[in-house]
Design a protein around this ligand. Structure first.
Ligand code: URA
Length: 207
């Protein structure tokens, strides 16, 4: 096992008993992250939903299937990237007696940030692809305007560059209203992230 894999596994074990915020009360599993920790490209989503909470794996529900398809259109599989979230436990609310997903609160994101920071310190990605505004708020800058600022590269303390794309759940919602353009922009932003990795590798090799 490489040093990076060993360190990420040790961090995952540590996070599995985290009780830093109230989300630990209702979780079934901590969804720490998975994929290739030796990758140049890390994808950061928002937070686990019901399927992720049940399995302990990120992006395994409908949004995850769309993400996998969009990655594959760019020749990328989960073996090529590392996927994680801004919060590692499922945020829920009760609506009309049923348990629903909800966005993580700013407090929950701030409390969980040290886990994400440590993950990224170990992986040291060249590029981070943020899915949705909460992730971009954390990695790129606060008050990120996803419709205006997606698809652009930004400096970030967590990688050489970061870019944000529409969250696959948002794409699914729009597609149900017959708007297909958001899916195309998700695929294009993944491609931009892939090309930026290649460009940065070439730049470093010629220095
Ligand atoms: N949405 C996210 O942001 N992350 C997941 O892991 C699943 C759905």
């Amino acid at each position: 096992m490489s040093d990076i894999v060993e360190r990420i596994e040790a961090l995952k074990t540590e996070a599995s008993t985290c009780r830093l915020c109230g989300l630990c009360e209702n979780r079934q599993n901590v969804v720490f992250g998975e994929g290739n920790p030796e990758t140049p490209l890390v994808i950061v989503g928002e937070g686990p939903g019901a399927n992720e909470d049940a399995t302990g794996r990120p992006f395994v529900g409908r949004a995850g299937q769309l993400l996998d398809a969009a990655l594959l259109e760019n020749g990328i599989t989960r073996k090529h990237v590392y996927i994680c979230n801004t919060v590692k436990c499922r945020p829920t609310s009760i609506e009309n007696g049923s348990v629903r997903n909800r966005p993580p609160s700013p407090d929950e994101m701030a409390t969980c940030l040290p886990w994400l920071t440590k993950q990224l310190e170990i992986i040291k990605p060249r590029v981070i692809l943020c899915l949705g505004a909460p992730s971009a708020n954390t990695i790129i800058h606060t008050d990120f305007r996803i419709t205006k600022e997606r698809g652009q590269f930004f400096d970030t303390p967590y990688a050489e560059k970061a870019i944000a794309a529409f969250h696959p759940s948002y794409v699914l919602r729009l597609e149900s209203q017959t708007d297909k353009s958001a899916r195309a922009s998700l695929v294009a932003d993944i491609n931009a992230a892939r090309l930026k990795v290649i460009e940065l590798k070439k730049e470093r090799a010629s220095q």
